[in-house]
Design a protein around this ligand. Structure first.
Ligand SMILES: O=P(O)(O)OC[C@H]1O[C@](O)(CO)[C@@H](O)[C@@H]1O
Length: 470
């Protein structure tokens, strides 16, 4: 195991820093260790018995090979790579791209170095898709679509796919349609598998037992990453090296255990909001990915025995320094009901020296000639300092630098944190039953066969009562 490139710093949740009322003292940490240790071993056993399939993704050799094969076949042929998916079938792709490719990737051919632009459509906003279709119209033969859906029945992804299918068939005929869609879906069953087999698309598998939000290290997240030049081997290597650290039953050496236990502790003490605040634009979409992972995994009404429990910390995303000028007033003076997790990068690959100040503005002299990374990281420390003055608990995930290895470490750290938190809360972290009702109500409102009763039930909500409309 090499030197860790991502580490968790948790001193600023201790009673020494924020006092006994809001901080965790040494005995409480020992108690948390005692409570978490059996949970780490339970998770290790669940993994041994094949119940936590995502844990083994970094070790699967077939997936990266298949992904590279398809990426190789597409290489040099296409200018645009478009992902159609939603939730776990999109958020990881977006997060990897923002983290590991430059900000101007899509707009700057030089920075793309011959690779296709990446677009991810994770919505059914007609204005958005229409604008894209308008733009892509004369570039359609240079555009490949990766439809990602495990179930194949998700209305958003299905609607996007059907729209694109029409456009491809109309403009490029059967051959274009067949060649310019890659499906990532269940290997055996489901609507998208049926369509894939029927049309003869190239396809990749969404692994069995791996739900959308746990799938970024499978072909779901790996194909768009590989096509856009991200080193997927390093990404998986990073996850493997984090695995060594998060499987240890030594609580104080296990960053996922400490992360989960601290979050669980604060939830139980009434701090039920968990804010993730990266001080790095590259990491900004990691908090979006984490938001789904945390919310769908931990927001549950039943415990493992089926009793009412209604738990779940609310994940909130923020961005430093942007949200200092939007949220920090609330974070400091509003209710002390949040745990803050900052993401900090120690070394930026591309740094900027801030320009010198004009003679007429000597008050800007402190900025002139300073490194912009120093300003960004100083603002992070300044915000943390200000929050700590008000006894707000803070942790930091420190990245040595942002590269595929570190991002793989980070992803795996938060996946295992979520699994351990699920066990501490005593809930099933792998289902999402509450999402189903909204999906079915959509079917009913769209007139899908078999949902007539539900449509009747929905009508009081669908009909606007004018007497309440002002
Ligand atoms: O890949 P699918 O089956 O289209 O599902 C997309 C997303 O919908 C959900 O089932 C519910 O939001 C997520 O868990 C999942 O990531």
């Amino acid at each position: 195991m090499g030197k860790p490139r991502v580490q968790l710093y948790y001193k600023n949740v201790t009673a020494d820093i924020i006092g006994r009322k809001h901080g965790i003292n040494a005995e409480q940490f020992q108690e948390l260790a005692n409570q978490t240790k059996p949970v780490i071993s339970e998770l290790n056993q669940m993994r041994e018995s094949g119940q936590v399939a995502y844990r083994d993704l970094p070790y699967n050799e077939d997936y990266p090979r298949q992904v590279k094969e398809i990426a190789g076949e597409l290489e040099g042929k296409y200018e645009n790579f478009v992902v159609l998916g939603i939730g776990g079938s999109a958020l990881g792709n977006i997060a990897l791209q923002t983290a590991l490719n430059p900000y101007m990737y899509n707009l700057d051919e030089k920075q793309r170095a011959g690779r296709p632009r990446l677009f991810v459509f994770d919505n059914v906003d007609p204005a958005q898709l229409a604008s894209f279709l308008n733009w892509v119209d004369d570039k359609l033969d240079k555009t490949v679509f990766n439809v990602i859906s495990k179930s194949g029945r998700t209305a958003e992804t299905a609607a996007q796919f059907l729209t694109i299918r029409n456009v491809l068939l109309e403009k490029l005929g059967e051959k274009g349609y067949r060649e310019q869609v890659v499906a990532t879906t269940d290997s055996k069953q489901g609507t998208m598998r049926t369509i894939t087999d029927d049309a003869g698309f190239k396809s990749l598998e969404v692994p069995d037992g791996v739900g959308g939000r746990w799938s970024v290290l499978s072909p779901v997240g790996l194909l768009s990453a590989a096509v856009c030049g991200i080193d997927i081997d390093e990404l998986l290597e990073g996850a493997r090296s984090m695995d060594e650290r998060v499987k240890t039953e030594d609580f104080f050496k296990n960053p996922a255990a400490i992360n989960a236990a601290v979050n669980w502790n604060y939830y139980n003490c009434g701090k039920r909001i968990s804010v993730m605040m990266p001080y790095s634009y590259n990491l900004k979409d990691m908090s979006d990915w984490y938001r789904q992972l945390w919310a769908e995994s931990l927001g549950k009404s039943k415990d493992l025995r089926g009793h009412d429990i209604f738990v779940g910390p609310t994940p909130v995303k923020a961005l430093g320094t942007t949200d200092q000028h939007s949220q920090v007033q609330l974070y400091r003076e509003g209710p002390n009901d949040k745990l803050f997790t900052f993401l900090q990068v120690n070394e930026f690959e591309n740094d900027i020296t801030i320009g010198g100040n004009p003679d007429c503005a000597p008050e800007l002299g402190y900025l002139g000639g300073a490194k912009m990374s120093k300003l960004l990281n100083s603002e992070k420390i300044a915000t943390e300092y200000a929050l700590l003055k008000d006894k707000r608990p803070c942790m930091t995930v420190m990245f040595d630098k942002i590269d595929a290895h570190a991002v793989g470490e980070f992803i795996y750290l938060f996946e295992v944190t979520t699994s351990l938190a699920g066990l501490l809360f005593g809930i099933d972290a792998y289902d999402q039953p509450a999402v189903e009702l909204g999906k079915e109500a959509t079917f009913a409102l769209m007139g899908r066969e078999g949902f007539t009763d539900m449509a009747k039930d929905i009508s009081p909500v669908a009909e606007i009562d004018d007497s309440f409309l002002i």
